[in-house]
Write a protein that binds this ligand. Structure first.
Ligand code: ADP
Ligand code: MG
Length: 680
């Protein structure tokens, strides 16, 4: 067991003894009655009046008050979509955009994709008729490319503004500008937290509309001592809550798919072993890549007598509201991007979440009745180790993508762009340098023809460069596949706990000399040859859903080839050409083997091949990687063996022959002789 101590209480707006809000999902009442029960409903008229009277309105309200699902509907009912004018509502997360759009379509009694739809990268569920458009913030950003003044939009609602994602932050600057030229455009900025003053100031002191909260108090508990293994601690605590606490569902915050799947498996495993000694516990995961039918399950009411535990990423912090949660279990971590502008290295790391985040999470326990939040860290750690708020993404990510987009929109002077919080100067500079090296910008910082094409493709600049380069190496068929497979990254292979050996063997069977990109290509090609069969996936421990998604992405990219003047062609098995095309995009991400292991070529950073890589034991002298992931070490994920001479071929302006000389060439052992276990 884990010992928790009760320390503080998150104040509620309701008395702890007040009767609990009926669990809406379990109510037999009509969907309209549920709508009327939401905190925003009594303010409908007042809100619509405020929107009518102001061009920009900041809306602040507790999560679950109905901002996302109700306000666009109010606007629709009020006639804002007359003459086919559209309403955009942006979400930082794909899952949220899909899920709320589905919910709103149901509330309005229309088919998803008709009046209400969503649009996320590589998936467009909208039609000519779609006037309520839920979309990721990144998609609205791309809308500017085809419609710089957003002329077909009557209202833009930037939702979840407190998340301060890179795309949301950039949207702020662009929308503020458009609003000046289009006085009839309504701008709503919706946020769950109290940080709305910043938004108001940014939008020339726009008024703030507050939707009063309705939250019960939440008792906060901390562990007595730090927990070494928070995953294990999570599982133990969930069972502890299940056995000792009165009815009410549990929400657990973990950092990503792998962790969530592991936790769910552990929980199911232990429940099975406890058998009828405990009441039924429904274990439900929710994360970005979860298929939508599985996502929908978290919203289904818990059967009487049972308890539901939802194991979620940050998505459940503010983007999604699940009814019936009374207990929150918070290990205090989230996965965060970090970026070092000095080295140009971006990595995804599990880091402690902020206090603001921890309190949002705790708040999720008090929606229907007084709740409890169990934090898997000490009160001291909360006080002394957590940051107050999360640093906005714009200050901890690479900006290549965004700079390319802004340049395509004709915004040249990026230093003076209207940022809510400006990115570090070095990061901007490095983005410009990288785009120059990729040939997207000329020496004056102007967009080149190639840069214009790169901006057309909805992928990172390096990936678009790789696709463009496939023209030169006549291998666009293969490169499209590689690009598609890379974008469903890390969810291709299935590795069930009880069949680890079989699964690993199946994976090794796909290995091809050259590296992981070719392995991905191999998996896809064989799958295509099987007639895109699900049975084939099952037999080869490949995730059918990921493959299906890769196929979708591939089709969409293929559809864009003509626009960027790349013809379809195949390398006919000459994989050197494929590898060169990949190198043409990723020459920034290269490493060489030195006597002390791998070092990145330019910055001399120490890096390691991920143990899952097909090249883990090969240890080639030169390689490129798709991405870096920092766990225990800085791991390169998806690596490809290259030759140093290719770097001179694909990026002569970036590499000089001298820096690619290999002084230890003769002394290098080909293999280190160590096993996976020793190194991993
Ligand atoms: P906010 O944006 O203010 O956080 P929402 O509009 O997302 O609030 O949520 C309002 C209500 O709609 C919540 O009570 C939530 O439970 C419900 N809801 C949202 N999405 C779904 C869904 N997919 N299924 C069932 N209920 C949902
Ligand atoms: Mg919302």
């Amino acid at each position: 067991t884990i010992e928790f101590v009760r320390a503080t209480q998150l104040q509620g707006d309701e008395e702890p003894s007040a009767p609990p809000v009926p669990n809406q999902a379990q109510q037999k009442e009509s969907i309209q009655a549920v709508r009327r029960s939401l905190p925003v409903f009594p303010f409908r008229e007042e809100l619509l009046a405020a929107i009518a009277n102001h061009q920009v309105l900041i809306i602040e309200g507790e999560t679950g008050s109905g901002k996302t699902t109700q306000i666009p509907q109010y606007l629709f009912e009020e006639g804002y979509t007359k003459k086919s004018m559209k309403i955009a509502c942006t979400q930082p997360r794909r899952v949220a955009a899909m899920s709320v759009a589905a919910r709103v379509a149901r509330e309005m009694g229309v088919k998803l994709g008709n009046e209400v739809g969503y649009s996320i990268r590589f998936e467009d569920c909208t039609s000519e008729r779609t006037v309520l458009r839920y979309m990721t913030d990144g998609m609205l950003l791309r809308e500017f490319l085809s419609e710089p003044d957003l002329a077909s939009y009557r209202v833009v609602m930037v939702d979840e503004a407190h998340e301060r994602t890179l795309h949301t932050d950039i949207l702020f600057g662009l929308i503020k500008d458009v609003a000046r030229f289009r006085p009839e455009l309504k701008v709503l900025v919706a946020s769950a937290t109290l940080d709305t003053a910043r938004f108001s100031t940014f939008f020339d002191d726009a008024p703030v509309f507050r939707i009063p909260g309705r939250r019960f108090p939440v008792d906060i508990f901390y562990t007595k001592a730090p927990e070494a293994d928070y995953l294990e601690a999570c599982v133990v605590s969930v069972l502890q809550i299940h056995v000792t606490q009165p009815p009410g569902d549990i929400l657990v915050f973990l950092t990503g798919q792998e962790e969530i799947e592991a936790a769910c498996e552990m929980l199911q495993d232990r429940c099975r072993r406890l058998g009828s000694k405990i009441r039924e516990l429904l274990v439900l995961p929710i994360y970005a890549n979860l298929p939508s039918d599985m996502q929908a399950r978290i919203f289904q009411p818990t059967p009487p007598g049972a308890r539901k535990v939802v194991v979620a990423t940050n998505i459940a912090e503010t983007s999604l509201t699940i009814e019936g949660i009374i207990y929150v279990l918070d290990p205090g971590f989230c996965k965060q991007k970090s970026y070092n502008p000095r080295t140009g290295m971006e990595s995804l790391t599990v880091t402690p979440c902020s206090k603001a985040s921890a309190n949002q999470r705790a708040g999720r326990a008090g929606r229907v009745a007084a709740g409890k939040c169990f934090r898997l860290y000490t009160a001291w750690a909360y006080q002394h180790e957590l940051e107050e708020t999360t640093v906005p993404e714009i200050q901890r990510t690479s900006l290549g993508n965004v700079v390319l987009l802004l340049k395509s929109l004709g915004i040249h002077d990026l230093m003076h762009f209207d940022f809510l919080d400006p990115p570090p100067y070095e990061t901007l500079l490095l983005a410009l340098e990288q785009l120059y090296a990729l040939g997207a910008l000329n020496h004056l910082g102007e967009l080149t023809t190639s840069g214009r094409k790169m901006a057309e493709l909805p992928v990172d600049p390096m990936l678009s460069k790789m696709i463009l380069a496939s023209e030169k190496y006549s291998c666009s068929e293969e490169i499209l596949t590689v690009a598609a497979m890379l974008s469903v990254n890390n969810s291709i292979f299935y590795r069930p706990k009880d069949k680890v050996v079989h699964a690993d063997n199946a994976r090794v069977n796909f290995f091809l000399p050259g590296g992981d990109h070719l392995v991905l290509l191999n998996v896809y090609t064989q799958w295509a040859e099987s007639g895109y069969s699900s049975q084939w996936c099952y037999e080869n421990f490949v995730q059918f859903r990921s493959m299906r998604r890769a196929r979708d992405v591939r089709e969409q990219l293929e559809g864009l080839l003509e626009r960027v003047e790349v013809g379809l062609s195949s390398c006919q098995g000459d994989y050197i050409r494929v590898r060169k095309a990949i190198t043409a995009g990723y020459f920034y991400h290269t490493a060489r083997l030195t006597r002390s292991g791998y070092r990145t070529v330019k910055q001399q950073q120490t890096v390691f091949i991920h143990p899952n890589s097909s090249l883990f034991e090969e240890q080639p002298r030169w390689l490129l990687y798709h991405e870096l992931v920092l766990t225990t070490k800085e791991f390169m994920r998806q690596v490809l063996e290259i030759e140093s001479s290719w770097l001179l071929e694909v990026a002569p302006h970036y590499y000089k022959a001298k820096e690619l000389e290999d002084p230890h060439a003769k002394k290098m052992p080909k293999k280190t002789g160590k096993t996976r276990e020793e190194l991993g």
